[in-house]
Design a protein. Structure first.
Length: 522
């Protein structure tokens, strides 16, 4: 169920009595499979009529994993070990939640109280501590806000918005006022209001805006104020455990978010810092956080002018984000971008995405017309087209690419023809790439595909034709989980269904299977 990088993260979690961390990936996968199978059968594990002893044992083990690793998170000093424990705890909490779907427990609301916070809040934050924002966003869907308490409501909303990256909405939430009347509830609310303010300041920081107080300092103050030593009882303390623990989770969360923030990407070599920061602030409004593969690619020098790349991340692993950042660097270098997509449908989809990312930039896309007008040879800042269209443009007017600094080819596996493929697509695509490099030899080339296995070989080839550095970015990490399985049916059940189909066919005249029978079997 987990990719190689995620498995490595999991097995670095602390060993528990009777359970080695090396066994965790298989245990978590088995738990997910069995819980899912039970839900498919009856829709509710609590009503499962079969032998549930093994399933209940697995859920009990998963709960132990969740709470034990969650306890480790706030005590482990090593960042890598802490991330592993956080990921295991978050995954285990998510599995426990999944096991309760469709039951009465599914409808419970999320709470933040003086003595505790709901596990769905800690699960989502644990994923962020584990540097897995996509998992955190998925886990945050379990946070259900339904409370008349304005402090609890605003705080839950701000946490959920922080996890999903909707930072502008956090800033727009109404400020909260302290109540000075002495009571446990008011004291707890005062601590939670301080946490709420720290989240608003963190949102401003991550958007590159001016903030009132350092959110890290605020959270540390909350932790300090939440705990008080009890005189005469050794190391015993009186603690507002809810605010204290939430502040500790958010403190570790803030550490990751600041590290992975778009606004904190250093400007590429040759780009003016102020201009780069301005563009990053604009991108952060829509996509404030980067994933681990983005950070690794940037660390390797992906954004530098003069560096080409072959990106073979799995589907859904954020290739588009890297493209947007590279386009931004190219634009600030006063150069234009050509973005190739293999079909008109993908051309349209890509153009729409880029229009959202760069709302103040002129973007043109191929319309499908075979007619060339003189104005078409003056390319805008970003041009989205098929390889065939690009090849034709360069053939009619080679100088049209003289100001281009970036050439992106999406689904670049098109360069390699399929077996028995008699079309010209692969040939035209290759001619397009080679002609472009000949006409614009100092442009960066970015090849994208989730379907190539020889990315390193392809990168070396690009280096040989451009005479410049080309990175092979082929991290196997992906933000999604994939569990493969099969459904087995008894042979006598299949035979029985065949008999029903044969008998039904004799009594109907329509060609398609009767809809009532479909409903019956589904």
């Amino acid at each position: 169920m987990f990719d190689i990088d995620t498995e490595e993260l999991i097995i670095n979690a602390p060993d528990l009595s009777g359970l080695e961390s090396k066994a965790l990936p298989k245990l978590l996968t088995k738990a997910y499979a069995q819980i899912s199978a039970a839900r498919i059968r009856v829709g509710n594990i609590d009503e499962f009529g079969g032998d549930t002893e093994e399933l209940e044992g697995i859920i009990s083990e998963i709960q132990r994993l969740a709470f034990t690793n969650e306890a480790y998170v706030s005590t482990l000093r090593n960042k890598k070990d802490r991330a592993s424990a956080a990921f295991v705890a978050g995954t285990a909490h998510q599995l426990c939640y999944l096991s309760k779907l469709n039951s009465n427990l599914e409808n419970k609301v999320t709470n933040i109280k003086p003595r505790y916070i709901s596990s769905e809040v800690s699960a989502a934050l644990l994923f962020l501590i584990a540097e897995s924002p996509a998992d955190a966003a998925e886990a945050s869907k379990a946070i259900k806000i339904d409370t008349p308490d304005i402090v609890e409501k605003n705080l839950l909303q701000s946490i959920k918005l922080l996890i999903t990256g909707e930072l502008g909405k956090i800033i727009s939430l109404a400020d909260l006022e302290y109540c000075i009347a002495p009571s446990i509830k008011n004291a707890s609310d005062a601590l939670y209001i301080s946490i709420f303010k720290s989240i608003k300041d963190l949102a401003r920081l991550l958007l590159g805006e001016i903030f009132e107080e350092d959110p890290i300092v605020t959270l540390k103050n909350v932790i300090s104020l939440s705990e008080q030593s009890i005189e005469g009882i050794g190391c015993a303390k009186s603690i507002f455990s809810g605010p204290s623990y939430l502040a500790k989770l958010l403190l570790l969360t803030a550490e990751f978010l600041i590290h992975s923030a778009v606004i904190n990407i250093n400007s590429p070599v040759g780009i003016i810092n102020e201009n780069w920061s301005s563009v990053m602030r604009s991108i952060a409004k829509r996509r404030p956080y980067l994933w681990r593969n983005h950070l690794k690619s940037i660390e390797d020098g992906y954004l530098n002018i003069g560096t080409s790349s072959v990106i073979s991340f799995p589907t859904g692993a954020g290739k588009s984000t890297l493209c947007e950042l590279k386009i931004a660097a190219t634009f600030l270098n006063n150069k234009k971008t050509i973005f190739l997509a293999p079909t008109l449908a993908l051309v349209d989809q890509t153009a729409k995405s880029l229009e959202i990312a760069f709302p103040n930039t002129k973007i043109e896309k191929e319309s499908g017309s075979d007619i060339f007008e003189e104005s078409m040879f003056e390319l805008p800042a970003i041009s989205v087209m098929t390889p065939e269209r690009c090849l034709a443009l360069m053939s009619f007017e080679p100088s049209c690419v003289s100001e281009v600094g970036l050439f992106i080819f999406d689904e670049c596996h098109l360069l390699h023809p399929k077996e028995n493929d008699r079309s010209r697509r692969a040939i035209d695509s290759m001619l397009c790439l080679l002609n472009f490099n000949n006409l614009s030899p100092y442009s960066d080339i970015v090849l994208l595909s989730a379907m190539i296995k020889n990315g390193s070989e392809l990168a070396r080839w690009i280096e040989s034709i451009t005479k410049r550095l080309c990175l092979s970015l082929d991290l196997n990490w992906k933000p999604t989980r994939q569990l493969r399985g099969c459904v087995l049916y008894r042979k006598d059940e299949i035979s029985s269904l065949d008999d029903i189909l044969i008998e039904t066919r004799k009594n109907v005249s329509n060609k398609n299977f009767p809809s009532l029978k479909k409903i019956c079997f589904l």
